[in-house]
Structure formats: C-alpha cells, structure tokens
Design a protein around this ligand. Structure first.
Ligand code: ADP
Ligand code: ZN
Length: 735
C-alpha cells in the first residue's frame, strides 16, 4: 500500500512511501528523507501511484506501535488549518505532537522504533471504589479517611503528613482498599487539588446563558456562541457549568486562556469544580509531564484541558466544548512558525468536531462582533456584575493638558491621580496603576546633539532599565549594553532620560507615598513563579499599589482594588496600526474592570492628552456596543478587516537591497497571479530587526479564498540564499 507521510520539515507537501505492514491514518512512521531518518505522520492511505515510478518509492521503515498519534478528528482539523494558513503540513502537525515526540525522533534514529515514555513519575495512592477496610487504627485510619475525602494523593505528600505513611499505604494495598499508580509529577498549578467548591446560585442572565449552552450540547448540534459579559459578570461560571455538562454527556472540553501563568485562579476554579479530570497545559511542563498528560488525554482518562493557545491541539476524545476566555486577547495569535490564531481555529475545530464553541469577553473583537452581525455566532449576554454589590466602576478622564502635576512637581502623576491614591491608601484599599511600557525610561537622548541611543541590530531606541543594575536593553532582540555616561556620538552632551516605564512609576510612587507598599508586575518580574508571588501578595493585601503592564489587566479577581489608574492612554492610541483604537479600547475596559470587584465601588482614572478620542469617550461610558458599532463603520469605509481579508508577505535579509529586490519580485508575481489587491512592497515600520532589513507587501481581498492563489505562488517560489520569506494570513501585527 502506498501512503502519504507528512514530515516535520518546512515544506508544503507530503511524501509518498510504500508500506509493507498495515498502518492507520494518523500513525507515526519512521521513513528516510534523503540520507536522514525521520518520524512522520501518515496523512493519507491507499494513495494512487500516478506518475511516480514504483521502484523509486522508499519503504516505511517502521510503524510506531501505539494508537495512532493523532485521532482522526484532530488530523482532519490540522490538515484544514494548514490549508487555511498556507502552512507546511509537517510544521502544522508538530503543533499537535507533544514535545517529547521530537526528542523521541533522535532516540528512534539511534535505537530503532521503541518509543518510551520519558520523565520521572511519582507514586499516587488512590482509594479503591467501594472498599471498606475494617480494623484500621491510628495513622493508617487517618490516612484512609484522607484518601476517601480528599481523593488520590502522592505518596510523598502522605509521608509528609504521617510518619510511616508508606507502611500504612502498603497495608491498605494488601487489604485491597488502596491502589498505587504512577503518574507524572504535578506542576506548580496542581500541586494539590483545591477543596471542592459549591456552585453559586446563578444570576438570571447566567442561567439563561447556561441553558442555551446545555441545550446545544444536549441536542448535539454544534454551535458557536459569543458570551459577552461585562468584567466580573461571572463568565467563568458559565464555562464551568458548560464543561461539567459536557463531561456528564461523556464529552471532553478545552478551555483556552490568554496567559496561563497569570491565571492560576481560573485554573484553581476549574480544578475545584471538576476535580482530577482537569489537565493543565502550560509551558512549565517538562517533556515527560507533557507526554504523560497527552497520553492520558488520548486514552480519555482526562477530559478537560485548560491551557494557553497551544492547548487547542490537545487530543481530547469526543470533544464537545471549546471555550476561549478573553477572546479579544492578542496572545491567541502565534507570531512565529505557523502563525495561527487560536480563536479563529477554535471555531474551525469546533465546527468540524461537532463541538460547541464559546468565545467569552467583556470587549468582543471586531472580528467576533462582525460574526454575530452576520448571524454566524449566537450572542449570549451578561449585562451586570455577578454580585449585587459590585457595580461597574466610575471611569473619569484626566486631561493632562489642564490638570497639574502631583504635589512636589511629580509629573508622572496628575494631581487628580495623586489625591485618589492618597484616599485609597488612607482607607486601606488597593490600587493598580497601568503603563504599557517596562523599564525605567524608553529613550536616552543626548542633550547637546539630540542623538537617540538605538539598538545596533534593530531600528528601535534602547530602553533604559534600572531595577537589576543600569543597562540599555532592546525590547525586540534583547541586546544589552551599559548606559554610556556621555553621548557616544558628539562626546559632549549629557544623556537625558526621556519618557517613563513601570520602573520609573514605582520610583515616583515611593517618593510620593513613602509608607505605601509598592510592587511591579511586568515581563521583567514575571519570569515564571515570581509573577504568581506578586499576585499572591496582592491577594493577601501585602501590596498597596501594583504597577504593571498589560499583565495587570488580565482576569485577576482582586476584591480590594478600588482604584485603577491608566498613566498614559495616548501611547496605545498612537500605534501605527488600523487596530490601534480597538486594542486601546479593549485595554482600557479590561484594566478598568479590575476596579471595584468587591463590596466597595471602584474608580478609574485615565490620564490622556486627547480626552475627545472616541475610544476614551466610549470607555468612560462602558459603551462596548457603541464602540463596536462606530469602529465597524470605519473599518467598512476603509476596507479593513473584518470586511476584507488580509495576508502580509514579509521578506527580510541582511543586505537591504536583497530584501527590497525579492519583495519587489514577489509582489510583481502576486499582481500577475491576480485575485487579491497587492499593496506595496515597502519597508516594514520596524525596518530592521536582529540585523535583518525587513520589507513587506499586503494582499487584500473581499473573499478569503481570493488570497490563496497569490500566496501559493509566493510559497512555491525558490528564494535566493540569505533571503527569508514568510507570510501571515489574517495578520495581527503590522510591524
Ligand atoms: P468574569 O469571568 O466574567 O470576569 P468571574 O466568573 O470571575 O467573572 O466572576 C466574578 C466574581 O463573581 C467571582 O468572584 C465569582 O466567584 C463571582 N460569581 C460569579 N457568579 C456568581 C453568582 N452567580 N453568584 C455569586 N457570585 C458569583
Ligand atoms: Zn535590537
């Protein structure tokens, strides 16, 4: 039999091999590619010979003995995804195979076919169902009760609580009351199972949304929903009910969240409600843990997955529900390799798998809003916060052109924001200050010649950081340099620190409010565990003011935060991107949503120099629908998505002329092929990155399929050595 095999290489096509033993679709096979032996996935069976010469076909060397790596549903979805993004099928399949598989390739090459589970396993004690051992005493009895009441526990955890726990467990095993199993060690998210929680009585709006979802699940009619609920309206509660209902019907669920490291609370709520059936996929997992989780999913032992965008590819059996929390969030778009958007692809997988998709947000993306308008998403609404006492916060604009600086002349804080902080602190409440810029100062400028310190390999200024020793840092390529004491160009001027980043705000606060406990949360702090520490301290009210970037806007539920300050709304509004207003609006509503989630009302102050801007005016009124409506009119007039479809073709090279020449050639080709309008080529706004000059052109079309011929033509071109070409369908970043 001839089969087609996708190989993990950046080529758009699959290869035909001769199989001598039976093989299933989705199975992994070892084959030869040139002189290399690689592991591929069978994507098609009984391929016709066509014009291939039979004696030229290489054989399949070995079939990995296991259930097919990719279930049919997932494989079909991935093939469709590859088509959608005009992406190499081998690369797309890699999205869905756990990391351990890649390592296994090496192993296979050396040893033959055997694939072994990698990674350390721990022993877990579990009470056998229906067991009722008699005559237990002391620690053994306590331990037995604990297993009954709290569910399975790692042996190490039991040993920490009871001396001689190991012997007690052995005794219980001998009595047939307990079984030991080996599991991958639990990561930091699930060290122990949180106590079961009791679902709150649903509000009327929640009940109606849950009813719509359970009905769709019961009827087995796949349907996508947009769950639009103001911040703290109880959207998570809806996902929980829907996931529990899906599980009761024997179907699995995937819940995607923007940044899992920042949402331990949400994960804990899933585990508290659904218990041990919840798998948490996050980047902190070791390959072994990942592999173990993946095989448990594959065997249907785990039914619910919570994770960031890549969890979309989890091999959940009988997928019934796909939730995308904060669907408007930019982190669902992967910006390297296969540039997919997890929200768009969730709709695709859901439709194919016969699963309900729930996109949840307080601020729908214009893309989703347009789908509702077109009747392709059904809208569910939660118009009020879940608890009666928590009203939406009062949002005010602070016009920096009119309002003076804080006492002492601190220009970063307006006097209005200063007074509000003073009041919040005196009442023992908490505040969040948001600034979308990390570091101390974004620019270092010579006072004499005006020279700006730029990154040697990128066309962007270097940011001055102070917190871990003074240094200049490129936020694009991570280039670091010590800050010069004099201007490197004219040698004369003193260097001025222009603008402000989060570090500088912290410093200003410490000056203005010496007794306040101030902390910072941004990418510099947030490397892993530290961000959780900051959030934990915030919860424990050991922090009074939290200063941070985007990270502070994400789903945290902090009931004692009554003040939110946005230090510079204009930065977000001024981005060179047709989505700038949309992003700024999302950001403002989300960050404002952190205020007043508890019993005391919240207040939000937005500092700006353009208070008349529509995004700000509508954010003040919490008018999400008004914003969407007005913005959609503009998009239609300007011919931008969601009313057209875009693809961006990027060309980069070390030598600028080579990038320019290749971009011109491909754009010409795209024009000749036709179907889509070609805009450009032109240098990218970020003209140089990591030492490479960047050119790009845009394809625009009314219908998505009109983009395809030009993209395929570009994809099939051989490009000169040293020149890189990539394409981005539905680009989110215009840089
Ligand atoms: P969202 O996801 O919309 O931001 P959450 O689901 O986090 O909102 O809910 C906000 C807060 O309201 C949480 O503390 C949650 O426990 C609480 N909550 C949600 N639904 C209810 C309800 N029906 N009754 C009481 N409290 C609720
Ligand atoms: Zn750089």
């Amino acid at each position: 039999m001839l089969v087609r095999v996708a190989l993990p290489i950046p080529l758009g096509r699959a290869f035909t091999y001769r199989a001598t033993e039976p093989v299933a679709r989705g199975a992994r096979v070892l084959v030869e590619l040139g002189k290399r032996r690689v592991l591929g996935v069978v994507i098609e069976l009984e391929v016709a010979l066509g014009d291939l010469a039979p004696d030229k076909l290489k054989p399949v060397l070995a079939v990995v003995p296991e259930a097919p790596a990719l279930p049919e549903e997932l494989l079909e979805f991935l093939l469709e995804l590859a088509r959608y993004y005009v992406a190499p099928i081998g690369e797309v399949l890699r999205l869905a195979l756990p990391a351990v598989e890649r390592g296994a390739q090496e192993q296979l090459r050396r040893q033959g076919v055997e694939l072994r589970g990698v990674g350390r396993l721990v022993q877990v004690a579990r009470a056998r169902e229906g067991a009722a051992p008699v005559g237990l005493r002391g620690a053994t009895e306590e331990l037995w009760r604990a297993l009954l009441e709290q569910g399975p526990q790692p042996l190490t955890a039991l040993e920490a609580r009871w001396k001689g726990a190991r012997r007690s467990v052995q005794r219980l095993v001998a009595l047939g009351a307990v079984e030991l199993e080996r599991q991958a060690p639990r990561g930091r998210f699930d060290a122990e199972l949180p106590a079961r929680d009791v679902p709150p009585a649903l509000t009327d709006a929640q009940a109606a949304a849950v009813a719509a979802l359970t009905q769709a699940l019961d009827e087995g009619r796949p349907q996508p929903f947009l769950l639009q609920g103001v911040t703290a309206s109880g959207k998570t509660e809806i996902y929980l009910h829907a996931a529990a209902h899906a599980a009761a019907l024997g179907r699995g669920a995937i819940v995607l969240v923007p940044e899992i490291a920042l949402t331990p609370q949400l994960v804990a709520r899933f585990r508290a409600r659904l218990g041990d059936a919840v798998a948490v996929l996050h980047s902190g997992l070791s390959p072994g843990e990942r592999h173990h989780m993946w095989s448990q999913l594959r065997r249907g032992q785990l039914r619910v997955v919570v994770g960031a965008r890549s969890a979309l590819f989890a091999p959940v059996e009988r997928l019934g529900l796909l939730c995308v929390d904060e669907e408007h969030d930019g982190s669902f778009k992967q910006e390297e390799g296969v540039r997919y958007h997890a929200r768009d692809m969730a709709l695709l997988r859901g439709a194919r798998a016969g699963a309900c998709v729930v996109l949840g947000t307080a601020t729908p993306s214009l893309a989703s809003a347009a789908l509702v308008a077109a009747g392709r998403l059904r809208a569910l609404r939660l118009p009020a916060r879940a608890t009666q006492t928590a009203a939406l916060p009062k949002v005010e604009l602070v016009d920096l052109r009119r309002v003076g600086p804080a006492p002492g002349g601190e220009r970063l804080l307006s006097v209005t924001l200063y007074r509000a902080l003073e009041q919040t602190l005196s009442q023992g409440e908490q505040a969040i200050l948001f600034l979308n810029r990390r570091g101390f100062a974004p620019n270092l400028v010579c006072g004499a010649c005006g020279d700006l310190s730029e990154c040697p390999s990128c066309s962007v200024p270097l940011t001055l950081h102070r917190a871990q020793g003074a240094r200049l840092l490129c936020h694009f390529c991570d280039h670091q340099a010590p800050p010069p004491s004099r201007c490197p160009r004219c040698g004369a001027g003193e260097l001025l620190e222009e603008g402000a980043g989060t570090e500088r705000i912290v410093e200003a606060l410490e000056r203005c409010f010496p007794s306040a406990r101030v902390a910072r949360l941004d990418r510099d702090v947030a490397a892993g565990v530290k961000s959780e520490g900051v959030l934990r301290r915030m919860h424990a009210r050991e922090i009074d003011v939290l200063v941070g970037t985007q990270m502070v806007t994400k789903g945290h539920d902090l009931p004692h935060v009554t003040l939110v300050g946005v230090l510079n709304a204009d930065a977000a509004l001024g981005m060179p991107d047709f989505r700038a207003a949309e992003r700024a609006f999302h950001l403002l509503v989300q960050v404002a949503g952190r205020a007043g989630r508890g019993e005391r009302p919240g207040r939000v102050l937005i500092q700006t120099r353009q208070p008349e801007h529509r995004a700000l005016q509508l954010a003040v009124r919490h008018d999400v629908d008004g914003f969407i409506e007005a913005e959609l009119v503009d998009r239609r007039e300007l011919g931008y998505p969601p009313y057209t479809h875009l693809a961006l073709v990027r060309v980069d090279a070390v030598v600028e002329a080579e990038a320019a020449r290749e971009a011109a050639r491909l754009a010409e080709l795209a024009r000749a092929v036709g179907g889509a309008e070609v805009l450009g080529p032109a240098p990218a706004p970020l003209a140089r990155l990591r030492g490479r000059f960047r050119y790009r052109f845009l394809l625009r079309a009314k219908l998505r399929q009109q983009l395809r011929p030009a993209l395929l033509a570009c994809a099939r071109q051989l490009t000169p050595g040293g020149v890189r070409v990539s394409w981005d369908v539905d680009p989110m970043s215009m840089l």
